[in-house]
Design a protein around this ligand. Structure first.
Ligand code: BTN
Length: 243
């Protein structure tokens, strides 16, 4: 595996994208950095990198015939692979918070940002950005790290290698949609379990029935009404606030 290990960079996703645009990059090439000045988070947020002991990484993946309409499969595959990595490290209480945050006992341990390039109707290049809290002591409440959960510090490079191994191992699921869906749903916070939610119409209790192909979550309310939501439309009230 080609692994560029940097001390400091704006964003590992940006660095890898630049490599992909300007050179020939092997599948599964990794860029990691001890620190990021402008780590990219979901919805244009800045991802704070902690004090240097975390896995801040981007992995290059060249899909084999993946259509733009199937893009959310990538989120399912990557979330599942992170979940499996944590389980293999002996972490308990792991769950995926739709669409693709990873929680341990309801606290966020990992964020994922997948950036795709399209050619026609196909996805030509995928940059998988993963920010996993490994050794740094979280400054926000509602956030945790591996060292916190396991009671020992880990070697970040080894954690990165395990994550890439899991991505490789599970990549065949991109072509076994039903199986991928089942694994993803089983790992999902709120799947078949009523949790407190909030939408523009106020608070309610609901449970996740499924996540459709476009990545919308389907929620069944207590009165059995089924509603689909996009990411901005839903708040999960039972999860601790990150303050
Ligand atoms: C989120 O908002 O939860 C997603 C955060 C993703 C952060 C990671 S850190 C490594 C990689 N490089 C980036 O610029 N972002 C991702």
């Amino acid at each position: 595996m080609v692994h560029f290990q940097l001390n400091k960079v704006d964003s590992t996703n940006g660095y890898l994208k630049n490599l992909v645009d300007n050179t020939t990059v092997d599948n599964w090439t990794v860029v990691s950095s001890k620190k990021q000045d402008f780590g990219k988070g979901q919805r244009g947020n800045v991802w704070l990198s902690g004090d240097g002991g975390n896995a801040l990484m981007s992995v290059y993946y060249k899909p084999n015939k993946l259509q733009v309409k199937d893009a959310f499969l990538l989120n399912k595959w990557v979330s599942l692979s992170v979940l499996k990595t944590l389980e293999m490290l002996g972490v308990y209480g792991t769950q995926i918070k739709w669409p693709n945050d990873i929680l341990v006992n309801k606290k966020k341990i990992c964020g994922i940002l997948i950036e795709n390039t399209f050619v026609g109707h196909s996805i030509s290049d995928v940059i998988i950005g993963i920010g996993l809290n490994v050794n740094s002591i979280p400054k926000l409440s509602g956030v945790t790290a591996l060292s916190y959960e396991l009671g020992v510090e880990l070697i970040v490079k080894q954690v990165i290698e395990k994550l890439v191994d899991q991505l490789k191992t599970n990549s065949h699921l991109l072509h076994k949609v039903k199986q991928l869906d089942r694994f993803y749903l089983n790992g999902l916070y709120g799947f078949k379990q009523f949790v407190k939610l909030e939408s523009e119409n106020g608070e309610f209790k609901g449970r996740v029935n499924s996540v459709n192909h476009l990545g919308f979550v389907q929620i069944e309310k207590e009165n059995k009404e089924v509603v689909e939501f996009d990411i901005q439309q839903l708040k999960w009230l039972d999860l601790p606030k990150r303050t």
